[in-house]
Design a protein around this ligand. Sequence first.
Ligand SMILES: Cc1ncc(COP(=O)(O)O)c(C=O)c1O
Length: 384
Amino acid sequence: MRREYFDNNATTPVLPDVFEAMRPYFSDHFGNASSIHHHGQETRAAVERARDSVATLLGCRAPEIVFTGGGTEGDNLGIFGVLRDDAHVITSTIEHSAVLNTCRQLETLGVAVTYIPVDSECLVDPDDVRRALRPNTQLISIMMANNETGVVQPVEEIGKIAAEADVYFHTDAVQAAGKVEIDVERIGCDLLTISGHKIHAPQGVGALYVRKGIQLTPRLFGGRHERSRRAGTENVPGIVGLGRAAELAQAGFTNSEVARMSSLRDQLQTVLLREVDESVVNGMGSPRVPNTTNIRFEHIEGEALVIALDLKGLAVSTGAACSSGAIEPSHVLTAMGLRPDQARASIRFSLGKQSKPEDVDFAIGLVPNTVAKLRELSPVYARR
Ligand SMILES: Cc1ncc(COP(=O)(O)O)c(C=O)c1O
């Protein structure tokens, strides 16, 4: 059965080139990167080459990169790592749970947290961030691109506000990396998180940029790996994969790959909006990453559409989370002011480097009919 994958914001396949770069580090080059003999030196050199590649992608210096076990760990390390006593933190209501739940945990420890709302186009207003500053604000953590809508936040303006107030600025760039160019100097951030599996490297590896001079408190205690910022033997194959994926991500901005992805996404979006009445793109009015479109097909249950499409070979997703058997509407879409039924009627299509025009044609061939069938079965649609 033909299967096409439009859920690259959940995870991306490891590219063949990335896999080949990693392969020798599972067997031939297996040394512990902390060992001083030949085997260790070989893998140490590979880890440092990967650090250079990730630093190039982010526009920083190699020693400012800390390898982590993924985006969640990077967010936790960055946020917890800079806070001192009596802290106030500013974040947004649309963050990924890796940031939101870290902030909720901080609250249980006595840290005050302000959650900045977004407008109907999924944008944080930098003036709201400025107004939320308090004398004891120590950190602002606002994501660069949202995982559900793909909306890119005004991080450069927020960076300026943070610098003026002398407050640390962390940005979760997990969904921005490889899709929009990142330059930590231009953004003005002190901490920035990326994750390997969103840029065609494996799951379970990532990196945190930590501006030079910041004394980061570690979350893990053990050896002096990663300059004592992240204890634990390095995941050498994963780090090598992340380095190669970072090089390919960087190349995508000049070899027209990102532009190609953007035009495929636009084509998918345009045809679906034309073929399905009462369909709307959530966050259409904002700058968005080139691979994502979040479409609301009014009067359907997104979860039912995801299942129906999966049975026909198309993998997409809703931002909905299933908690205790009930489907909760997406916190991002409800933060944008959508009613619960509208949030539940929304589907995310996210493309990857492997996406081809034929895949888009396949999706276009399936989605309008499937939506129409679900609507036929819907009493709400019939009564409207
Ligand atoms: C915006 C964002 N931040 C953080 C994460 C967590 O990254 P990881 O899965 O590598 O822990 C994700 C994953 O979906 C994400 O989309």
